[in-house]
Design a protein around this ligand. Structure first.
Ligand code: SF4
Length: 372
């Protein structure tokens, strides 16, 4: 059976390896482009959140490339993710596509995969499954660590664009690695290159900016216009609170570090919000406080239009901003958003942060961060 799944940043590298190793023929959807977005938007309800539309675009392009079944995550709680798969299934049926939807619910993740494998007449060797899952997670976790480092240090790249090129190269190599030894070689190779493309970090960044918001919009740079990269190019060291592998550690695999981290973030939320609101609205508040406590200069919240959890977070963030004296820019994106407008807003935000920092340090003059 030829199977596919929606894109979400670089997680495809691990998902592809896992599904191929348990016996499926895998069709990775083409990279997300404007065409994906237009196709998805055309066949989706107008006011559904953007990730839904992009996923429909992914499915249609993958089905065109031969996919017969789709793996999709289920969800619970007061957020639309819980009914994404059901609505998407109906849309595909209405389009007359003979495609099977396999929904992986969080509490029966392995069981659902087992059933799907069984349905194609194959068997999972249980003793191999755990090491396989560990290896797939290690692939994605390495790419996430590399991306996090590049977001933090891109401001010091010797040549514009070299960090993004390195990440793209790493993604290709990690995708090709099929053993732990190969994966370690890739890591060594990439680390070596990294030393050549970054300036020594002696001067430090002009600004430190944290990015918070809805998980899909944070992870999928094809829909957020590479917001982290753009801020790095403007001279900021950027931290993001969410990656694909951290989500897996927090939700699918018991991990003590993730557990204690989540508890700390929940404590930060207490003065502002008493309960979870679905999606990652709660985490957006908690990480806003976390970054403020760590002395960041500003925050950017990224959300898709009509995302309920992030709209709730957005209404609380001005209070966090006032309490912690930290400026917060909210960026709402949908299929009509344009890159030029976003870059202008980011440039203005970075300039405001630089001026504010300069004034707080007692300085008078102010040097623009771009345009030179
Ligand atoms: S978190 Fe927001 S964007 Fe994501 S599925 Fe839920 S409502 Fe949609």
């Amino acid at each position: 059976m030829r199977v596919t799944f929606p894109h979400m940043g670089m997680t495809w590298v691990g998902v592809k390896h896992l599904l191929a190793e348990v016996g499926f023929d895998v069709v990775v959807p083409p990279p997300i482009t404007r065409a994906t977005l237009e196709l998805g938007s055309k066949h989706s309800p107008e006011f559904i959140c953007l990730p839904f539309k992009v996923m429909i675009g992914n499915y249609l392009q993958a089905v065109e490339a031969g996919a017969e079944a789709i793996f999709m995550l289920g969800g619970v709680g007061p957020c639309r993710l819980g009914y994404y798969a059901e609505v998407q299934r109906e849309i595909l049926q209405d389009l007359g596509l003979q495609v099977r939807m396999i929904v992986l619910e969080r509490d029966n993740f392995v069981g659902e995969i087992y059933q799907a494998v069984k349905s194609i007449g194959k068997k999972i060797a249980w003793h191999k499954l755990l090491p396989l899952v560990r290896f797939c997670l290690a692939k994605v976790a390495y790419l996430d660590r590399l991306e996090a480092q590049l977001l933090r240090e891109r401001y010091g790249e010797r040549q514009a664009g070299s960090c993004s090129q390195l990440l793209a190269r790493a993604m290709q190599l990690v995708d090709q690695a099929s053993t732990w030894t190969e994966l370690k070689h890739v890591q060594k190779d990439i680390d070596l290159h990294l030393q050549h493309i970054l300036l020594p970090a002696a001067a430090g960044p002009a600004l430190r900016i944290g990015i918070i918001g809805e998980i899909y919009m944070l992870i999928e740079s094809a829909v957020n216009f590479g917001i982290g990269e753009r801020l790095g190019e403007l001279g900021a060291s950027v931290s993001r609170n969410m990656y694909g592998s951290t989500w897996v550690r927090e939700h699918l695999i018991p991990d003590w570090r993730a557990f204690f981290n989540a508890r700390r973030i929940a404590r930060h939320c207490r003065p502002y919000i008493g309960q979870r609101v679905g999606g990652h609205g709660f985490e957006s508040i908690g990480y806003a406080v976390e970054y403020a406590r760590r002395g960041y200069d500003g925050l950017v919240q990224v959300l898709p239009l009509t995302c309920m959890p992030e709209i709730i977070a957005k209404s609380i963030l001005p209070t966090v901003s006032r309490d912690w004296q930290i400026p917060i820019l909210t960026v709402t994106l949908d299929e009509h958003a344009g890159e030029a407008g976003l870059i202008t807003r980011l440039e203005a935000f970075v300039d405001m942060l630089l001026e504010r920092k300069n004034l707080r340090a007692g300085g008078k003059s102010y040097a623009p961060s771009f345009g030179s």
